[in-house]
Design a protein around this ligand. Structure first.
Ligand SMILES: N[C@@H](CCC(=O)N[C@@H](CS)C(=O)NCC(=O)O)C(=O)O
Length: 231
């Protein structure tokens, strides 16, 4: 039995972020599925915001609130202290600030579009046997998303990573939320955003993330026999 348990669904970009850090740091963990539709009452006790993920460290507490941490950003900061190598939070003050900014940009600005504006309207109705809301997804993809991708393209400025010469929590968070588009519709135009596309491939092909995406593809296979064309 592992000490660490991740409660959530691999389809959540925030659960994905936590899974990636756990694997990159070589930490053994178990996953326990919790659905956001019809969240069980026992989960509300350990997740007052009623959101996934929550992490449990059984070495601290095996039941109830003891040993639990909600929120992917809090969990990832905990994992960095628990297993400092390889580091995903830069040492230098400015670099650390930038890495945390990109994590915040991903989790608030970008996730609202890729999750709430694209993934959910396309997939959630399908899970309930209903029609996807393609108009909402298309409007988000073509009108709201491009300025955010322009900002990322500028921030990368031809470099492999957003900060320094290796991946930080900022790169991981950005790619995790962009993958919400990839799994349902493919990535936005690589000719228009070549840096974003290459950065996405660089991170998503790491075994730590590829493992999550393979699980997601299996989970989505029935509801999504083929990807949507949002262009
Ligand atoms: N800031 C939170 C955000 C977590 C979040 O929004 N998770 C979504 C799933 S992707 C959720 O649980 N939503 C619950 C709901 O929609 O009822 C984190 O980083 O963990």
């Amino acid at each position: 039995m592992s000490d660490l348990v991740v409660y959530g669904s691999p389809l959540s970009p925030f659960v994905r972020k936590v899974e990636i850090l756990l694997r990159e740091k070589g930490l053994d963990f178990e996953s326990e599925n919790v659905n956001v539709i019809g969240m069980p009452d026992w989960f509300a006790e350990i997740s007052p915001a009623r959101r996934i993920p929550v992490l449990r460290d059984r070495s601290i507490g095996a039941e109830g609130v003891a040993g639990t941490i909600p929120d992917s950003s809090a969990i990832c900061a905990f994992l960095e202290r628990k297993a400092p190598k390889p580091a995903f939070y830069p040492d230098a003050a400015y670099d650390l600030g930038r890495a945390l900014w990109f994590e915040e940009f991903a989790d608030s600005e970008l996730a609202g579009l890729t999750g709430g504006g694209i993934f959910r309207p396309l997939i959630f109705p399908r899970f309930q046997g209903k029609e996807s809301d393609v108009d909402t997804a298309r409007a988000t993809f073509n009108e709201k998303l491009p300025p955010k991708l322009d900002y990322l393209e500028q921030s990368l400025d031809g470099r492999d990573y957003l900060i320094g010469d290796g991946p930080t929590i900022g790169d991981v968070a950005v790619v995790c939320v962009l993958s919400q588009i990839d799994v349902v519709a493919g990535m936005p135009d690589p000719k228009r955003w070549p840096g974003v596309a290459a950065h996405y491939m660089r991170i998503s092909e790491r075994p730590s993330m590829a493992a999550n995406l393979a699980t997601c593809a299996k989970m989505l296979a029935r509801a999504l026999p083929e990807k949507f064309d949002l262009s």
